[in-house]
Ligand binder design. Structure first.
Ligand SMILES: *Cc1c(COP(=O)(O)O)cnc(C)c1O
Length: 409
């Protein structure tokens, strides 16, 4: 009899967003005339930049003529796009990443899920708590987690709490892991790692033969000039870190689908392995993947032209304006909020020690605003809510105004 992969049974049901949906529907059914507003969703809302639309059109037009038609491309991605990412995202910041270290993907979430497959099955995994659920759940499915304990933690993962006390960037792991997932700017806390924090982490990884898996999906939201956009801005990182990034948030490609992964040549792990990580990821990519959409890649090329970047920047500015409005609104009613200055997420402390879910209900019932309970991202998220700056400006203003007028703290 065929049998399932039993590690999947260690995954709880997708509780967070289904529970949010259930409570929201229940509220709406009980209050049919009330307009429910959403400040919880991490999904882009604004139309694509004209320069990017032109690039996508060009991709479509090329498919209309025999002379320019392309079918399968290189699994690793269009060499022009790999070259442009190397220039615009790395060389422009003084970082040397070569095109053959860059693998174009259909998004950072799939690659974040897939990258763990090239590491040993018994690798010890460290994650930030709270964290983007993909890092945790994908390692559960391959048997690295052990059981889910009653306290909400898996028995074999190393958790790195991100708390108000440490500014939401974790201390070094308490026990030595093999793989360390770091997301900066962070989803869900909105915190950004400083250069000094990343230096300490890179030194730790090199000293402990660990690999950092660095998710830079929100790099384009960084505003303060001294904060690192890529982990490779830190000396030594090319020997211990893989970096994942995406066009989803920078260019609004959440539905178009395009990202990339950097697997440097000459990682420290390569000295002990007959084949380098770069070779293994190349082998994995050519075997499991048939390349990102050629249309999407034309759009990506356009997004990284000076004009595309200028236009995308305007949309990012709009989201960051939303973030400022949300943060100011929360603070005006006496709430404590973090993030939202270099990331599109605002991490709100619940008042009077309320639980995340109790405050979710309060925001929904009193202000008719849907948020995301912090505890859904890990036990250390208890007592916090995530609000998102993605949204049309009038909707964001309306939701914030409702919080100002109706929330009773
Ligand atoms: C949105 C997001 C991504 C991007 O995922 P895509 O698959 O590229 O759309 C990656 N990491 C984090 C933490 C995110 O929030």
């Amino acid at each position: 009899m065929a049998r399932i992969n039993e590690h999947y049974l260690n995954l709880p049901g997708s509780y967070l967003f289904s529970e949010i949906g259930r409570r929201t529907r229940e509220f709406q059914a009980a209050n049919p005339g009330v307009k429910v507003m959403r400040l919880g969703v991490g999904n882009t809302t604004e139309p694509l930049a004209p320069a990017v639309i032109a690039g996508l059109h060009e991709g479509v037009e090329k498919l209309a003529r025999a002379e320019t038609y392309t079918g399968y491309g290189d699994e690793q991605g269009d060499s022009r796009l790999r070259q442009r990412i190397a220039e615009v995202k790395y060389r422009a910041r003084g970082v040397d990443v070569t095109p053959d270290e860059i693998f174009i993907s259909d998004g950072a979430k799939p690659d974040t899920a897939n990258i763990q497959t090239i590491f040993a099955q018994d690798s010890v995994v460290a994650v930030q708590d709270p964290s983007y659920p993909v890092y945790v759940d994908t390692n559960v499915t391959v048997g690295r987690s052990g059981k889910l304990l009653p306290n909400g933690l898996y028995e074999r993962f190393v958790y790195m709490p991100c708390t108000e006390a440490n500014g939401f960037f974790p201390d070094l792991p308490a026990t030595r892991p093999d793989l360390i997932y770091i997301c900066s700017p962070n989803n869900p806390t909105g915190a950004v790692a400083t250069r000094a924090q990343l230096e300490r982490l890179v030194d730790y990884a090199l000293a402990n033969d660990a690999v950092i898996l660095f998710d830079a999906a929100y790099e384009c939201f960084i505003r303060e000039p001294d904060l690192p956009h890529s982990i490779y801005e830190v000396p030594g990182a090319k020997r211990c870190a893989v970096e994942l990034n995406t066009f989803s948030k920078e260019a609004g490609f959440t539905g178009v689908r395009l990202g990339w992964t950097v697997v440097p040549k000459g990682m420290a792990i390569d000295e002990h392995s007959p084949r380098s990580l770069n070779e293994l990821w190349n082998r994995r990519t050519t075997t499991f993947f048939n390349g990102a959409s050629n249309i999407a890649q034309e759009g990506g090329l356009a997004a990284l032209t000076p004009e595309g970047q200028r236009q995308n920047r305007k949309t990012i500015d709009l989201y960051m304006g939303n973030a400022a409005i949300i943060r100011a609104g929360l603070e005006s009613v006496g709430l404590t909020a973090f993030g939202g200055t270099n990331a599109p997420y605002i991490w709100v402390k619940t008042p009077n020690g309320m639980s995340s879910w109790a405050f979710f209900d309060k925001l929904l019932n009193e202000a008719h605003v849907v948020s995301t309970p912090g505890v859904g991202f890990g036990p250390s998220g208890e007592g916090f809510m995530r609000l998102s700056a993605f949204g049309h400006r009038p909707n964001v203003e309306e939701a914030v105004e409702s919080i100002r007028r109706n929330l009773r703290i």
